[in-house]
Design a protein around this ligand. Structure first.
Ligand code: HEC
Length: 244
């Protein structure tokens, strides 16, 4: 009976084309349908702040160096992942990530909840030579991050571009982007106060690379790594509410 049905279907060109369209539309519908309810399904995170210019610069370097090829930033709702990495990722946590860096391969561990796990000095040593702190590591060295001065003159434009795609940067944040990048990495300098004022008291303001006098790419990358999973507490409060 089934064979008979198939034979008839395959012999009718138009019927077969319609059947193919019908079947592939199911896949499309399954992907598109959740978007209709996105406003209700994405969690609220009123405490969420945007990336500072320095963190954003670090994020760009993370993309430039291809770190995402070995590291994911998306903890799935599976028990082994939650036990290893912490509360699973919420959609809202990626709301200011353009482009998102969830990744699809884990040669190294997931780093969605990395912020605060290690000291700045650990990150600097690890990026210069991973084997110095994790002897069995296969991660490449990134020593030049410490040698390269950070390029800051285009950070205002970068913030403005992010605002175009929906990140709520204010005019003051855009106008002060370069000063804020310097300020965040030199806590005793004249620009540090502006960073806490614009991005909140909880923002890390310190010499990330251990050298307050210089602003290096290392400062930017470490500032970025230290804020991963820390822009909002939403995931932590949700798992607390669930009694985990
Ligand atoms: C070729 C794959 C590869 C690339 C590319 C890579 N890593 Fe890694 N990374 C690893 C591996 C493997 C580990 C685990 C061993 C270790 O800690 O060094 C790791 C560990 C880490 C850790 C420690 C995570 C933890 O929770 O212990 C951090 C932080 C990190 N990498 C950051 C970076 C950054 C930043 C870049 C880009 C500049 C990068 N990685 C590029 C493979 C990679």
């Amino acid at each position: 009976m089934r064979e008979f049905f198939h034979r008839r279907l395959e012999r009718s060109a138009i019927g077969f084309v319609l059947a193919i369209i019908g079947v592939s539309a199911i896949g499309g519908f399954v992907e598109i349908a959740p978007l209709f309810t996105i406003n209700e399904t994405v969690e609220k995170a009123p405490d969420m702040r945007v990336y500072t210019p320095l963190e954003l610069a670090g994020r760009n370097i993370y993309i430039r160096e291809g770190c995402y090829a070995c590291h994911s930033q998306m903890i799935r709702t599976l028990r082994d992942e939650v036990e290893r990495y912490g509360p699973y990722s919420l959609a809202v946590e990626s709301k200011y990530d353009h482009p998102m860096l969830w990744g699809s391969k884990r040669t190294g561990p997931d780093i969605a909840r990395l912020g605060g796990k290690y000291s700045d000095a650990w990150h600097v040593a690890h990026l210069i030579n991973p084997r110095d702190v994790v002897p069995q590591s296969v991660m490449p060295k990134y020593g030049w991050l410490m040698r390269n001065e950070l390029k800051v003159d285009d950070l205002g434009l970068h913030l403005a571009a992010q605002r175009k795609v929906g990140v709520p940067y204010t005019d003051a944040m855009i106008a002060n982007a370069t000063a804020d990048a310097f300020g965040q990495a030199s806590p005793d300098g004249p620009y540090a106060g502006g960073v806490s004022e614009r991005y909140g008291e909880a923002t890390n303001v310190r010499a990330f690379d251990g050298e307050p006098g210089r602003l290096t790419e290392m400062d930017a990358v470490v500032a970025y790594l230290q804020v991963l999973g820390r822009l909002t507490d939403a995931a932590h409060s949700q798992s607390a509410a669930a009694g985990k």
